[in-house]
Write a protein that binds this ligand. Structure first.
Ligand code: ZN
Ligand code: ZN
Length: 358
């Protein structure tokens, strides 16, 4: 599998006229080499075996995890310095998005003369955006775990419980079911706090007659999931129902617009139009969705500011419109979806009917 990824990377290197790429960052290294540790760096050239560098602490782990395509070298001292010394005087790409100014200076200082360092961030992310069958299976399993959590959660109910208590219990239950950690800090936002898209949990109790927005994800086998549902705790007001149905209509419009060849801007626009036409355009201030994989936010994006680049089969994205009425209520509904050759398949399967729970 990994050698396929190395070959795909080499095609990108040729397109960018690079002789080699320095690869860092935990998710990029894991994707390319299988290594899951926190200290490592790889060098992939157009030919020859890809090289992996780490320090003595990861000697055993790298021997177990590293894909057979890579050679492993244990370095003393700063990895970046050792790597720089191993470079050839060629055009070498480095990740300008994650390499600090100090890191770049060290590379320049230790690289052989006439080595040309070229900013080339985002290449591995570009590969990662198109998932293979095994990755899709893992993400689907992480999504299924969260579906199960929602089933469990509605049985337990919300009324009178503190947001924090619900969030902690959810995260505990996810781990008991095999997740290594939440994909992000769980959001449990009751009543007025539902109007904050990224609400922090508080010690406030969730009260009857309000909505509660729950946004959670689980990391399973290295891959993230992400799913939001909004529940009515006790009978909802007419306004709450109306907003809920509107967000759901926008969410379905977004799902239906998803297909290979369409841009993330166009999909965002389809969902946004439903909310704008109802007069709530100002109340949907964030993008429609984001890519999900080894990281919780990764390319591609579905938003007004996304690139014009067409979406591709194998992209895994969220579709998560929301309406936030400050001081009143908020609703967000989010599914995780994989793009197929002719459309998209949902990976989140928990019901999107407005559930009235205790
Ligand atoms: Zn989410
Ligand atoms: Zn999300």
């Amino acid at each position: 599998m990994t050698s396929v990824r190395v070959e795909r990377l080499r095609e990108l290197l040729i397109e960018r006229d690079l002789d080699a790429l320095i690869v860092n960052g935990a998710a990029n290294l894991r994707y390319l080499s299988g290594f899951t540790g926190s200290s490592g760096i790889a060098l992939v050239a157009l030919d020859g075996q890809p090289r992996f560098f780490t320090d003595f602490r990861y000697k055993e782990q790298s021997a177990v995890e590293l894909d057979g395509a890579f050679t492993c070298e244990i370095l003393d001292g700063e990895l970046l310095n050792g790597l720089a010394a191993a470079l050839a005087p060629e055009r070498i790409g480095f990740d300008d998005a994650t390499t600090s100014v100090a890191g770049r200076a060290r590379l320049e200082e230790h690289a052989p003369p006439r080595t040309e360092l070229v900013a080339a961030g985002g290449l591995i992310e570009q590969l990662r955006a198109v998932k293979d069958a095994e990755e899709i299976e893992r993400i689907a399993a992480a999504a299924a775990l969260v579906d199960g959590i929602y089933e469990w959660l509605v049985q337990r109910g919300f009324a009178g419980r503190r947001e924090r208590e619900v969030a902690v219990e959810v995260e505990h239950e996810m781990r008991m079911r095999g997740s290594s950690r939440p994909s992000f800090d769980s959001i449990v936002a009751g009543g007025l706090r539902g109007a904050l898209p990224h609400a922090q949990v508080t010690d406030s109790p969730i009260v009857m007659g309000t909505l509660v927005t729950v946004d959670i994800g689980a990391v399973l086998d290295g891959y993230c999931s992400d799913c939001t549902r909004t529940f009515a705790v006790g009978e909802p007001t007419a306004q709450a129902r109306e907003i809920y149905e509107l967000v759901l209509a926008a969410q379905i419009a977004g799902l239906e617009a998803l297909a290979p060849g369409v841009s993330g801007v166009a999909v965002d626009a389809k969902a946004r139009a439903v909310i704008e036409d109802a007069g709530y355009g100002e109340c949907f201030g964030h993008g429609l969705g984001h890519g999900v994989g080894l990281e919780i936010h990764e390319p591609p994006r579905l938003s007004r500011h996304a690139s014009d680049e067409p979406l591709r089969a194998g992209n895994v994205v969220t579709v998560e419109p929301g309406i936030y009425l400050p001081g009143t209520l908020g609703v967000r509904i989010e599914d995780l979806v994989v793009l197929t050759e002719d459309g998209a398949t949902r990976l989140s399967h928990f019901t999107k009917e407005l559930l009235v729970v205790d």
